[in-house]
Design a protein around this ligand. Structure first.
Ligand code: PLP
Length: 394
């Protein structure tokens, strides 16, 4: 039977990273030793106190439906977190818990956007933003940046990208895939442009807030422009900071009307996030940041190593990351030297010849770059760099 699929689902592309992942799996099946540097998640196990809280919650019978927007204790912990870390004050109706940060983006896009609307997305971007915008029937408008600009947009670029159809601006700092972090001054400049566009809602995706590698402290648009709070949604979650990607807990703070609409959508899709996971997230938010520190220290040490090692590879140049656990080196020269057509061909070539899996930059809207995740142990990283060196020196 020839099944007709919806226009909606046909609007989105299968991830360009799938080809690389499939090839890596194939090579592993053949017994090849593949070093995977493509993962978008910490390699650490969720810390013990959090795992214990989840086990205790299951034993205590927290196994039923919860309120759609999260258990009251977790919402209170989220409100406390926003106040302590971000100097933001929210009422319970202004926060909600979702199934990962991804569902926050999904809920927001579907609650806000419709046909004819545009969502402005600085690139290189997290792969899901444009596709979620398309699922909502709107059009992603990307603002390209490169390594010479530190992968950050300027106020001037933002101004040029905005139109009277722009409804949503997505900011992500520290950023996936580049590790770029906006400074307060840079955000201040963007805020000046945003103030002239009263129809524009801002999503600040702060999921990597706790993973800072450089000298810049964390700031988001509301740190410098609290006057924008009534049209800003703050996304955060436990996935990256607490090594809890599999638990699926993200959360949002934002204007009551918008959060209410997002909650309504969630009530007719997934309902509440898993009850046991909510108890685990509560333990995470109530824990001291000391729980996170060893992981951040490890990311910093690995970053120092890979950023330096990548710059010693032939035809490769790499900017240092300021946050998250990715670097985004430029391979444009390597493409030319190896006579390869594009970064997808390069990713396949590096897999086949070096047994190293990287994600091609075109997946993030930035052809010619490759994303390397250093959420893996130093020994593997050292081995990967040796292998890449051999493959590129050819
Ligand atoms: N935002 C960014 C920038 C991400 O990189 C990710 C995960 O890769 C998410 C949000 C979503 O995280 P999760 O849905 O796992 O909580």
């Amino acid at each position: 039977m020839d099944l007709r699929l919806s226009d909606r689902v046909q609007r989105i592309q299968p991830s360009p990273t799938l080809a690389v992942t499939a090839r890596a799996a194939e090579l592993r099946d053949q017994g090849r030793d593949i070093i995977g540097l493509g993962a978008g998640e910490p390699d650490f196990t969720t810390p013990e106190p959090i795992r214990r809280a989840a086990a205790e919650a299951a034993e205590a019978g927290h196994t039923k439906y919860t309120p759609v927007d999260g258990i009251p204790a977790l919402k209170r912990a989220i409100i406390d977190k926003f106040r302590a870390d971000n100097d933001l004050s929210y009422a319970p109706e202004e926060v909600m818990v979702s199934c990962g940060g991804k569902q926050v983006v999904f809920n927001l896009a579907l609650a806000l956007l419709q046909e004819g609307d545009e969502a402005v997305i600085p690139g290189p971007y997290w792969v899901s933003y444009p596709d979620i915008v398309k699922l909502a029937g709107a059009e992603p408008v990307t603002i390209p940046t490169d390594d010479t600009a530190g992968f950050k947009i300027t106020a001037h670029q933002l101004e040029n990208a905005l139109s009277d159809r722009s409804r949503l601006l997505i900011l992500n700092s520290p950023a996936n895939p580049t590790g770029a972090v906006y400074t307060e001054d840079e955000l201040q400049a963007l805020a000046t442009v945003i103030r002239n566009q009263p129809q524009l809602v801002i999503l600040t995706d702060d999921i990597y807030e706790k993973i800072l590698l450089g000298a810049f402290p964390f700031a988001n648009i509301l740190s410098v422009a609290p006057d924008l709070k009534q049209r800003t949604v703050v996304l955060n979650g436990v996935s990256k900071a607490f090594a809890m990607t599999g638990w699926r807990i993200g959360y949002a703070g934002g204007p009551r009307g918008l959060i209410g609409a997002m909650k309504k959508l969630q009530s007719q899709s997934t309902s509440n996030p898993a009850a046991v996971s909510q108890h685990a997230a509560l333990a995470a938010l109530e824990a001291d940041d000391a729980l996170i520190q060893p992981m951040v220290d490890a990311f910093r040490e690995r970053h120092n190593y890979v950023a330096e090692a990548l710059n010693t590879l032939p035809y490769v140049s790499c900017r240092r990351a300021e946050g998250a656990f990715y670097v985004f080196p430029a391979f444009h020269e390597a493409l030319k030297a190896l006579g390869l057509e594009d970064d997808l061909a390069l990713a396949t070539h590096l897999l086949d010849t070096a047994g190293v899996a990287l994600v091609p930059g075109s997946a993030f809207g930035a052809p010619g770059y490759m994303r390397l995740s250093f959420a893996t142990d130093l020994d593997s990283l050292r081995q990967a760099m040796d292998r890449l060196h051999r493959a590129l020196a050819g």
